[in-house]
Write a protein that binds this ligand. Structure first.
Ligand SMILES: [Zn+2]
Length: 247
């Protein structure tokens, strides 16, 4: 399938989606042209779902950056918390930058079905994101107990509580899984802001890139729908929104 044909399928749900490979290429170009930083001066940190598909579809060129420092757990929530953010911040080159990319993921098959993908070697499709799908199913069946988290399934319970807090909004939507993914994006974005605010950085820039990561079938690859591109100048504490350069 041609790239433009793949994009046409994904853009029915996410109109500004591009391939994740093109997304990495434009991030590297932006850092070189606008910030005059080589990839080796930039610590990549990601907060994306632990799902193996995100490792399989991770763009090879991301290796030009330092890292990645892995902050995410189920559906990309930054479960490594403040300790993770502070540790990552202490590893950034002195005159360099942190590039923090984050967001939930969702599957879209080549036939345009949302919430699942075809994985290598399997006959049937499976859920993507499996965690958000399970949480949504429990939400719809009134199986989420407000405030409940357990030690054995803490991350999953946290995703459940995030959805529970927006129950009416999610269940009123035409496509609840799509809406649940937006809700999880907002929760991740909010938490990333909190963690960055509580962390001392000693580099030049902190680049915050919020996305919805869209996985597709094994022969389709992955796609990125950008939602936020902010550059914090560490010395001046000023934040510049550069989303217009990408959207
Ligand atoms: Zn997932």
């Amino acid at each position: 399938m041609l790239k433009k044909e793949k994009l046409a399928i994904i853009r029915r749900w996410y109109p500004n989606a591009i391939t994740t490979i093109d997304n990495i290429n434009r991030l590297i170009d932006f850092a070189e042209e606008k910030l005059e930083l080589e990839p080796t001066a930039i610590m990549l940190a990601d907060s994306i779902c632990s799902d193996d598909v995100n490792s399989i579809q991770y763009p090879a060129r991301a290796q030009e950056f330092l890292g990645p420092f892995k902050m995410g757990g189920l559906d990309g929530f930054p479960f490594t918390g403040l300790t993770g953010m502070v540790a990552m911040a202490s590893h950034i080159p002195d005159n360099g930058a942190a590039l923090i990319t984050y967001g939930p993921h969702i599957g879209i098959t080549k036939t345009g079905d949302i919430g699942e993908i075809h994985r290598m070697g399997q006959s049937a499709n499976t859920g993507c994101c499996g965690a958000s799908r399970s949480a949504l199913e429990r939400l719809m069946n009134n199986q989420i107990e407000p405030g409940h988290t357990s030690e054995i399934d803490y991350q999953m319970n946290t995703i459940e509580q995030i959805l529970y807090a927006s129950k009416e909004r999610i269940l009123a939507a035409n496509t609840p899984l799509h809406e649940a993914t937006e809700v999880i994006y907002e929760a991740i974005d909010h938490r990333i802001n909190e963690l960055v605010a509580k962390t001392d950085f000693h580099c030049r820039y902190v680049i915050l890139v919020g996305n919805i990561l869209i996985n597709s079938d094994s022969d389709m690859g992955s796609f990125t729908s950008i939602k936020r591109f902010d550059i914090i100048n560490v010395e001046s504490h000023k934040t510049e929104n550069h989303l217009h350069d990408f959207d």
